[in-house]
Design a protein around this ligand. Structure first.
Ligand SMILES: *Cc1c(COP(=O)(O)O)cnc(C)c1O
Length: 347
């Protein structure tokens, strides 16, 4: 008997990457790898992506960026955009990681750290196009650009790009965001910055709306075959899940079969009564989820050591299928899978 596993199909990952790159070309793909590559294991994902031709990584936070740098060497570019303190800014500079900057005081802190280190920080300036999560508002943008210009002239920062993030919820909101983005880019160019990267779209908009692609698209979900909840299916998108979560039968009872995976391992307890687990005899209802085990409907001949699939693989439900049952997104199902569950690469 083996323990629960998240099996990651790297050959499928290659196919997804090829399809995504072809779809968004000539824009370049920035592969987003936040949260341990959406729970699938950065150690395997990042080097494989480089072999597959990925040159840009979106890390979210600096520690992830540093891990990517250790895994892939100096060639690829890495962007981290979570606002952070001086120690992490210094690490970003040391590891040649671009910092996404959506706040004037964060820019000031980066310039201070760079001054201290006698180094130049690579920065990508973030305009707030309506999400209001992070980003400089258009009314403050000219002042922000002027300050960035001063720091660049002092050699403290180098402005590499302008970017933003959009909701990808409604076309009208996204179009309004795009107009703000284009105004911000035009102002940055007028301020004399030679922008290497302009980027706005994540998975959904980059597939559906070519005008959102610019130089770079930041894509996580679709590269891992995670379709959007209530969005187009895998067939339409041309990408397929790369991960399959498996568990083993640990006990056969008269009224059900116990499997060795519970909510502590990342199986949401709210899925009990709502989903089916794929067993050797076909799908069986998930009855109950406990801390470290769950119970499913029985089948003839069930025995300890049998393997079942919770999600992923050619026949079982996808992570997004499960997510839709409990009103969340496929990414959340994946990143909940406990780090204690082994990631096993196949192919
Ligand atoms: C997570 C993230 C992405 C990737 O989004 P997907 O929908 O997974 O493609 C892109 N940009 C930012 C800023 C993100 O945080």
């Amino acid at each position: 008997m083996t323990d629960s596993q998240l099996r990651v199909d790297l050959a499928q990952f290659d196919r997804n990457l090829a399809h995504v790159r072809e779809t968004v070309s000539p824009a370049r793909l920035m592969l987003v790898v936040k949260d341990d590559a959406y729970g699938q294991g950065l150690e395997n994902i990042a080097p494989r992506a480089v072999q597959s031709g990925v040159e840009l990584f979106g890390a979210f936070d600096v520690p992830t960026g540093v891990r990517v740098r250790e895994l892939v060497g100096m060639g690829p570019r890495i962007l981290a955009w979570q606002t952070c303190g001086e120690a992490l800014i210094a690490q970003a500079i040391d590891s040649s990681i671009d910092l996404g900057v959506g706040d004037q005081r964060f820019l000031d802190r980066i310039a201070e750290v760079a001054r201290h280190k006698h180094a130049t920080a690579r920065v990508q300036l973030k305009i707030d196009t309506g999400l209001h999560r992070n980003g400089v508002r258009l009314e403050s943008w000219p002042g922000f650009l002027a300050q960035a210009r001063t720091y660049q002239d002092e050699g403290l920062v180098q402005v590499i790009g302008v970017w933003s993030h959009i909701a990808e919820a409604s076309d009208d909101d996204d179009d309004a965001a795009r107009a703000v983005f284009e105004a911000a880019v035009a102002q940055a160019e007028a301020a004399g910055f030679a922008l290497e990267m302009r980027h706005l779209a994540a998975s959904a908009a980059s597939f559906e709306r070519p005008e959102f692609r610019y130089d770079v698209v930041r894509i996580g979900a679709f590269c891992y075959g995670i379709r959007s909840a209530d969005g187009p299916n895998e067939e339409y998108l041309g990408v397929w899940p790369i991960s399959e979560l498996r568990a083993c039968v640990t006990q056969v009872r008269h009224d059900g079969v116990v499997i060795g995976i519970g909510w502590l391992d990342g199986l949401p307890s709210t899925l009990a009564g709502r989903m089916r687990v794929l067993t050797p005899a076909g799908p069986r209802r998930l009855q109950r989820v406990w801390l470290d085990a769950s119970e499913i409907d029985s089948w003839p001949g069930a025995s300890v050591g049998d393997t079942v699939t919770i999600f992923g693989g050619p026949q079982a439900a996808s992570a997004t299928d499960l997510a839709e049952l409990i009103d969340t997104v496929g990414e959340e199902i994946l990143v909940r899978v406990s780090p204690l569950i082994e990631r096993v690469c196949v192919a």
